[in-house]
Ligand binder design. Structure first.
Ligand code: H79
Length: 456
């Protein structure tokens, strides 16, 4: 009975949705400049809402390059770019497939590690610039299932786990491809001839793979493109790819590197005139918010892919403060792990992720679903806000125990440290400023968070 009545209400709705989608697709085909999919602000906000709420995700750079682990002919500064930076001929690089056998890989553990750190989504390299695929693609033999002794579909195992554990599965897919014979331009140093290469055919290959990724691994949160800067990629191709992915899965979120609008490593763009749903600062944090969605991606040491010599790890404190800094400016933090060829997260990563998780256990309320700071120029730290609450993140504990908040004139119902909600703190107002009386010592070794509940 119940089933019957809900079907009755859903069927006309479904019909209407199909009609609207069909009309949108026709409209797209008719337009010369392939204007991107149209959606209202409301629809956009709804599509982006899980991502805005999430704030913190894990990037994973994993592929054949984990085998040389950054070292080639005595040079030790390579990583996922090693094919190009060490000028390894494609035929020779392909031989790494014979050695790719990460027997220690455990999808459940990886996802659990991300989840325990407080991360809500995982973006893994389905294919990096080297062209090697971590999933079973029908369109190439150059993938983990067809070409390696390991023979398991890594993305299948990870996406199953992600869905199981409530983490959004997302894929990084490189537009640039140093392996595919149709990809152009060739690297200047390599001897593979460019004759006969057909870039349009490459684009068909890439779109075919994207279709596999969006169709065979359940719901995908984000498609994260990269390597868009070469001169074969252009605005129209970007718009076409964006529209194509959204036509396959309308709810998906796509970064701005799908198109040509990105401004260098700052990752900024104009969302009004370029395709893509968010900006992508790389290895940097903007000075202020950007007025649109953005996500800083960053390494924990100095390489994305595993480099066995790189010990330049950011401290736990730095990483937690970067997370807070980013969120206080309205951005997301996509923090990278480069697993080893055995299939393990390097121990220094695990240690840092554990510390971040411990901090998040106490302070996550001041991160998830918050929006940017209401105050600029807080000398001692950062701030976020959510509904009727303001959070103050103290990086530097004031020696005189008085925390000054310029511009804070709200009346508060309640004020306390997130780790000790039972103990009320005192707040005094003078002129255009509030002063909060703190305990003598910082209560958290990294960032202590004060919550202020405002009077309604
Ligand atoms: O996957 C990781 C790196 O391998 C990849 N992006 C991250 C997420 C990466 N590719 N290139 N780089 C990082 C640095 C390259 C920068 C440059 Fe450019 C490319 C300099 C000139 C062309 C990007 C586009 C910055 C300026 C224009």
């Amino acid at each position: 009975m119940k089933k019957h009545s809900s079907l009755k209400t859903i069927l006309p709705l479904l019909f209407l949705m199909i009609l609207v989608l069909g009309l949108m697709m026709c409209a797209n085909q008719n337009e010369e400049s392939s204007q991107s999919i149209i959606e209202t602000q409301d629809q956009h906000d709804k599509r982006m809402s899980w991502w805005r709420e999430a704030r913190f995700g894990m990037f994973i750079h994993w592929g054949l390059y984990a085998i040389p682990a950054g070292e080639w002919n005595g040079e030790t500064d390579h990583a996922e770019w090693i094919l190009t930076t060490a000028q390894i001929p494609v035929k020779e690089y392909e031989k790494f497939t014979e050695k790719f056998n990460p027997t220690q890989f455990n999808a459940e553990e990886w996802v659990q590690t991300a989840k325990n750190a407080g991360m809500k989504y995982m973006v893994i390299t389905s294919k990096h610039h080297d062209g090697f695929c971590l999933f079973d693609s029908e369109l190439t033999e150059y993938d983990v299932v067809d070409a390696t002794p390991f023979g398991r579909d890594i993305l299948k195992e990870l996406s199953n786990e992600c869905h199981q554990q409530g983490i959004k599965m997302c894929f990084y897919h490189s537009i640039m491809d140093w392996h595919h014979p149709d990809y152009l331009p060739r690297r200047k140093w390599e001897s593979r001839p460019a004759e006969g290469a057909d870039f349009d055919r490459y684009v068909q290959y890439m779109k075919g793979q994207v279709k596999e990724l969006v169709s065979n691994y359940g719901e995908i949160g984000v498609l994260w493109f990269d390597g868009e800067w070469e001169n074969t990629w252009n605005r129209d191709r970007g718009t076409d790819l964006y529209d194509y992915v959204r036509s396959l899965q309308p709810s998906i979120i796509i970064n701005n590197r799908v198109g040509k609008g990105r401004e260098g490593m700052a990752g900024t763009y104009d969302p009004e005139t370029s395709v893509g749903d968010f900006g992508t600062p790389e290895q940097e944090i903007p000075d202020t918010g950007l007025g649109y969605n953005w996500e800083t991606c960053m390494t924990m040491n100095d390489h994305w892919g595993y480099n066995k010599h790189d010990d330049n790890w950011k401290s736990e404190k730095e990483l937690i403060q970067k997370l807070v800094d980013i969120v206080s400016k309205g951005g997301n933090f996509l923090l990278n792990v480069g697993p080893t060829a055995e299939g393990l997260f390097p121990e220094p990563c695990v240690k840092r992720l554990r510390a971040m998780g411990k901090w998040m256990d106490v302070n996550e309320e001041s991160i998830y679903g918050t929006t940017a700071s209401l105050f600029s120029d807080l000398k001692w730290g950062r701030s976020t806000t959510k509904a009727e609450k303001i959070f103050l993140h103290v990086f530097e504990w004031p020696k005189n125990r008085i925390l000054g908040v310029p511009g804070f004139t709200y009346e508060v119902e309640s004020i306390y440290l997130l780790e000790d909600p039972e103990t009320q703190l005192n707040i005094n107002y003078s002129e255009n400023r509030a002063e909060i009386e703190l305990p003598e010592q910082a209560t958290d070794p990294y960032v202590s968070v004060i919550a202020l509940e405002l009077k309604k």
